[in-house]
Design a protein around this ligand. Structure first.
Ligand SMILES: Nc1ncnc2c1ncn2[C@@H]1O[C@H](COP(=O)(O)OP(=O)(O)OP(=O)(O)O)[C@@H](O)[C@H]1O
Ligand SMILES: [Mg+2]
Length: 230
């Protein structure tokens, strides 16, 4: 039985991040399996937003602050000691708690836009879809760690696993996640598409099997829509 969800919804900064405060910046996340182009397109989106006069914090998960980056190193390095799946899940959320409290919330509250390479949807897709953790357990942890702070927009970059893996391999060394088998990434991709279907108002799914220039045109259109929103 999963214990009842703690109530963290009266956090004042959470309110700001949700748009209750006129100062608040927007929180945009990029998701997708390895090699789909999250880092590349996130840099591009951040540039477009900055050109419109907003300050932008670029962050990544796991990581984003010195302590959280240390946790990232622990999660990614190739060691002989096994990393139990539950430890991986908890370390992901530990890193997120640090990044949310020390970096993301303060930035949003001061009016800075935050663009993140991965957030909790990665945990839902990898630890949930990929490793098989129950949705309820993940949502319980998510609620403790970031309450009702949710991305204003999540851009899911989607391509067949084979296409993404070829790009990731061409780019450089495989890490602990990249050496997972193809069927693992197929489950992760399916989980992402399922989450996006459940929350169509938060997600935009972009087909990135096309060339980078076509993808950029789509990202530019998304940026225009966001910047014109009031
Ligand atoms: N639409 C595209 N067409 C062709 N190449 C692309 C496209 N998008 C990204 N790439 C290239 O694919 C490689 C992987 O992209 P990138 O590193 O941005 O992916 P990522 O999603 O950040 O991966 P990871 O999750 O492993 O960090 C890069 O070399 C990038 O230039
Ligand atoms: Mg990347």
């Amino acid at each position: 039985m999963t214990p009842p969800l703690p109530n963290t919804s009266n956090d004042s900064v959470t309110g700001a991040a949700k748009g209750c405060d006129m100062q608040s910046g927007k929180f945009i996340t990029f998701e997708g399996i390895e090699g789909v182009g999250k880092s590349t397109n996130m840099d591009f989106l951040a540039e477009v937003i900055e050109q419109h006069g907003h300050s932008v914090l670029k962050t990544r998960e796991p990581g984003g602050t010195p302590i959280a980056e240390e946790i990232r190193r622990l999660l990614k390095e190739h060691g002989d000691e096994p990393m139990p799946d539950v430890a991986e899940l908890l370390l992901m959320f530990a890193a997120r708690a640090i990044n949310v409290n020390n970096s993301i919330r303060p930035a949003l509250a001061s009016g800075t836009w935050v663009v993140s390479d991965r957030f909790t949807d990665s945990t839902r897709a990898y630890q949930g879809g990929g490793r098989g953790f129950a949705v309820d357990s993940i949502e319980w942890l998510a609620n403790i760690v970031h309450g009702d702070l949710q991305p204003d927009l999540t851009i899911l970059l989607d391509a067949p696993v084979e296409t993404a893996m070829q790009r990731a391999v061409r780019r450089g060394d495989p890490d602990r996640f990249e050496i997972e088998r193809t069927d693992f990434f197929k489950r992760v991709r399916e989980a992402y598409l399922h989450i996006a279907e459940q929350e169509p108002e938060r997600f935009i799914v972009v087909d990135v099997s096309r060339d980078l220039e076509s993808v950029r045109t789509v990202i530019r259109d998304i940026a225009s829509a966001l910047l014109n929103e009031k």
